[in-house]
Design a protein around this ligand. Structure first.
Ligand SMILES: *Cc1c(COP(=O)(O)O)cnc(C)c1O
Length: 394
């Protein structure tokens, strides 16, 4: 099998698994317990917190462990909204192509009377700091933009957006789930007040993530109960997952540049090869782009059938977000960059990891054009295009 769906999730690394094993077996304590076994768990928790903080460039006191990226996004946005509301500020700036964990939380706030402004992301799928600056109003309480897009791989100018927010005294949250462990993230250098990350996107375990919140930001609890995470996130800590996440993050951070260089070379080979397919287009920013992301639209086909045929050939890919697949609506991200519905349906996302090989890339470059041609030959949509009954968009 060739696995090129690493934006959906990644394989647990040996490093992470080995770090976790003792905490799944003999070290099963609850860190809140005062006895020896409990205190061993408390120590692992503290060490993990320190390791994660070091990778992000912050203090361990600014790290809150959550159940993943979605929970961190929810808590960050709801907290900032609550702080804003206290001061009568109910305007929130975000973008049209956020993850649903952000968009659906914003929708909920809109129903509670917040004014949500989603910035357009243009044809390359990005925003500028100037767009943010122009959108800021006296009643703006939060700017939340992703660091890198999970479908089309665009990397946003987060440091500049953060600088604009800081200058105007507005909280800045970034969903960095696709960025952390893949490109450089430093919350201090990049002027980030709150950040979400998720372990399973960088070879850590599923169901664990982090909300970074700068000291002094009063968080709102999403989960009430015990006093874990300094009273801000109740529930017995998932020690094995937390330890695994810290090990995976350290490993990813230590090898960031070499992994990125490897993936970029494979990515660019794929982009070059797939661009040769007629009536196709690359989605996302060609320059400011995640090292492992490739996303194309092919006119005249359905992405779903493309995926099924590729799967039959042993290639595990995606049409975009794992969250939108299974629904008939085309991706909100592709619509946001201006792809018409009929083109947005024919999308293919390949997301690499550092373990993908040159041979795998060659196989993909051999198979995708064949499958696209096969599907086009039996597509009524395609017949209308080549007969001139309908005009090509791409
Ligand atoms: C995967 C992902 C999430 C959700 O993270 P989970 O840990 O799966 O909840 C949020 N935002 C982005 C950009 C993602 O890629």
């Amino acid at each position: 099998m060739i696995y090129v769906d690493n934006a959906a999730t990644t394989k647990l690394s040996k490093t992470a698994l080995n770090a976790m094993m003792p905490y799944l077996t003999e070290n099963y304590g609850n860190p809140s317990s005062l006895h020896t076994i409990g205190q061993a768990a408390a120590e692992a928790l503290q060490k993990s917190r320190e390791a994660v903080a070091e990778c992000l460039g912050c203090s361990p006191k600014e790290i809150y462990f959550t159940s993943g990226g979605s929970e961190a996004d929810n808590q960050a946005i709801i907290s900032a909204a609550a702080l804003g509301e206290k001061k009568g500020k109910k305007h929130i700036i975000s973008t049209a192509f956020e993850h649903h964990a952000v968009l659906h939380t914003l929708k909920k706030l809109e129903k509670q009377g917040f004014d949500i402004e989603l910035l357009p992301v243009g044809s390359l799928g990005s925003i500028t700091a100037k767009q943010v600056e122009d959108a800021i109003r006296p009643d703006t309480c939060l700017v939340t933009t992703m660091f890198a897009n999970n479908e089309i791989g665009s990397v946003l100018p987060v440091a500049e957006i953060g600088a604009v927010c800081r200058k105007n005294g507005i909280l800045f949250h970034t969903d960095a789930v696709q960025a952390v462990g893949h490109i450089e993230v430093d919350v201090k250098k990049q002027n980030i007040d709150m950040l979400s990350l998720s372990a399973h996107k960088f070879h850590g375990p599923k169901g664990i993530g982090v909300l970074y919140a700068k000291l002094g930001i009063g968080l709102t609890n999403i989960i009430e109960g015990g006093a874990q995470e300094r009273g801000k996130r109740a529930g017995t800590e998932n020690i094995p997952a937390i330890v695994g996440m810290a090990a995976a993050l350290k490993n990813a951070t230590d090898h960031l540049n070499e992994n990125a260089a490897r993936m970029k070379a494979l990515r660019d080979k794929l982009i070059e090869g797939l661009s040769k397919i007629p009536h196709s287009i690359l989605n996302g920013d060609p320059v400011n782009r995640l090292p492992g992301n490739i996303n194309f639209c092919f006119e005249g086909i359905e992405g779903e059938s493309l995926l099924l045929l590729l799967d039959a050939k042993g290639i595990c890919a995606s049409s975009g977000s794992a969250c939108t697949s299974g629904s008939l609506d085309p991706s909100h991200v592709l619509l946001a960059i201006g792809r018409p519905h009929e083109v947005a349906h024919g999308s293919l996302r390949l997301s690499l990891c550092e373990e993908n090989t040159e041979e795998e890339i060659d196989t993909i470059l051999e198979e995708v054009p064949k499958v696209v041609e096969y599907l086009r030959n039996m597509s009524p949509m395609w017949k209308n295009l080549i007969s001139g009954k309908k005009e090509f968009i791409l």
